[in-house]
Each structure stands twice: as C-alpha cells, then as structure tokens.
Design a protein around this ligand. Structure first.
Ligand SMILES: NC(=O)c1ccc[n+]([C@@H]2O[C@H](COP(=O)([O-])OP(=O)(O)OC[C@H]3O[C@@H](n4cnc5c(N)ncnc54)[C@H](OP(=O)(O)O)[C@@H]3O)[C@@H](O)[C@H]2O)c1
Length: 227
C-alpha cells in the first residue's frame, strides 16, 4: 500500500483549502509525505500551498514542500486521498471524482452537520458520511478518520494534539490510515471497528463543536483504559 519502500506517501486533500485540509497538510508535509492541496480552483490550491510552505519555512520546520492543484489533478497524482469538503458538497464531489478514485485509499473526515442555533446532525441515508462515500466509491478503499481533531490545533505544528483518532473501515487501507495518524504529533490511532460505526465517530464531533463553543476550547477525545 505504500507509495515507496520508506512508507512515505503521496496524499491529496480534496477541498484542502479549508482549515481541516490545511491542518492535515501541515502535519503530513512535516512527516515527510508529498502533499497536494486540491481545490475546485487550481490557483486557490497553489495559493494555499504557498501560504503553508511560507509558514513552515518561517517556523524553521523540516518539511516536504506542499503543492496545490485542482481536485482532479491532486487525486490523479496521489495514492491516498483525504476528503475535507463540507458535507453539503460531499456527495457531488465524490460522484464527480469517482472514476479517478478507483483503487485508491480514500480517507473521509467529513461530518454531516448543519448549524441552526448550534450544530445539528444531518440525517444521511447510508448512516454516515463515510458510508455514503463507500456507497459512491465502490472500487475504492474507504476509511473514516480524523473527524474529532481540531483543525485549529492541527494548523499549529508546535502543538501536540494529545488526542485519539478513531479509525473506521477495514483491510490494508485501515492499517495505512492508522500509520498516518501516528505521524501526527500527539495523535493516537484507535481501531473503532467497521464502517458502520462511523456514524458515532462523526456524531462525537457535533458534541465537540458545542463543547468548544461553550468552553472557548479546541477539544478532542481520549479513550481511557487502552494499553
Ligand atoms: N474544521 C475542523 O476543525 C474540522 C474538524 C474535523 C472534521 N472536519 C470536517 O472536515 C471538513 C472540512 O472542514 P473545513 O472546516 O476545512 O471546511 P470548509 O473550510 O468549509 O471547506 C473546505 C473546502 O471545501 C471546499 N468546498 C466548499 N464548499 C464546497 C462544495 N459545495 N463542494 C465542493 N467543495 C467545496 C472549499 O475549497 P475550494 O473552494 O478551494 O474548492 C473549502 O475551502 C468538513 O466536512 C468538516 O466536517 C473539520
């Protein structure tokens, strides 16, 4: 599953120009992966990639320079694709890219949430955004991960996450996702079972958004009692 013998991967972030995509791109470029920020507007992808590279250079971090491109080119040139679009664009984005995602590992971070006097869950007919992705992308290896990590903390490489990352799905792709979690300072992967449990993982984020609003925090989760 690795793109080479050193466990360094080519990673595309679909909708990578938002906080979650920028945060994951920051951490994975520091870990030595080749990251491409995808966007509906390739110029925007390049602009955000340059912004991240300048920030990491100023911080004196060692990193692999981030690239920017269209979502389509980012996906085509990467073995692992992380989806970081809002839920409102989830289905249409995956349907439009599905032919390019065949055979790839697709890690979904998307939380089906809308805001009306606070965060509220969107009912997804497949049960969760991750299961919706798996239903659309029948020839991809779909995994759920990173839903409960604060983008604000991810974007600050000096900060340790001190959080667990619940990973859903199966097969070799899940192990690849688990190793990617280990590449983030202070993030611990937890095998949360098959894709059908994704709805609970995604739902936790809705709680965290409310908690963060009340406590002015960037909280995450830690599962106690694990070795
Ligand atoms: N923010 C967090 O702390 C956090 C934490 C955990 C999980 N998540 C999940 O991660 C995902 C991204 O979060 P975010 O805060 O980074 O989101 P965001 O800023 O709202 O959106 C990310 C990017 O998605 C693209 N986009 C927006 N609307 C779209 C549409 N209708 N169709 C296709 N692409 C669209 C935009 O990029 P272009 O205009 O450049 O194409 C935008 O910059 C969400 O699903 C969220 O639930 C976020």
């Amino acid at each position: 599953m690795s793109t080479d013998d050193t466990n360094k991967h080519s990673i595309a972030l679909v909708g990578g120009t938002g906080p979650e995509g920028k945060g994951l791109a920051t951490r994975f470029s520091i870990a030595g992966h080749t990251v491409t920020i995808g966007s509906r507007d390739p110029a925007r992808g390049v602009e955000i990639a340059e912004e991240l590279n300048s920030k990491l250079e100023i911080l004196g971090q060692s990193f692999v320079p981030v690239q920017g491109d269209s979502n389509e080119h980012a996906v085509t040139n990467s073995a692992i694709v992380i989806v970081t679009v809002p839920y409102s664009g989830h289905r249409a984005t995956l349907e439009s890219l599905s032919h390019l995602l065949d055979g790839k590992i697709v890690i979904d971070t998307v939380v089906p949430v809308y805001f009306e006097k606070g965060p509220r869950p969107v009912e997804v007919s497949e049960g969760s955004a991750t299961e919706e992705a798996a239903a659309i992308l029948q020839n991809s290896n779909v995994i759920g991960a990173f839903h409960n990590l604060s983008a604000e903390v991810l974007m600050e490489p000096a900060l340790s996450l001190d959080s667990d990352v619940l990973v859903t799905g199966g097969g070799d792709a899940k192990q690849v996702a688990i190793e990617l979690v280990r590449d983030i300072n202070g993030a611990r992967p937890v095998d949360a079972g098959p894709l059908r449990y994704s709805r609970f993982v995604e739902g936790i984020t809705i709680l965290l958004i409310g908690i963060n609003s009340r406590y002015k925090s960037h909280s995450g989760i830690v599962i106690s009692g694990l070795e």
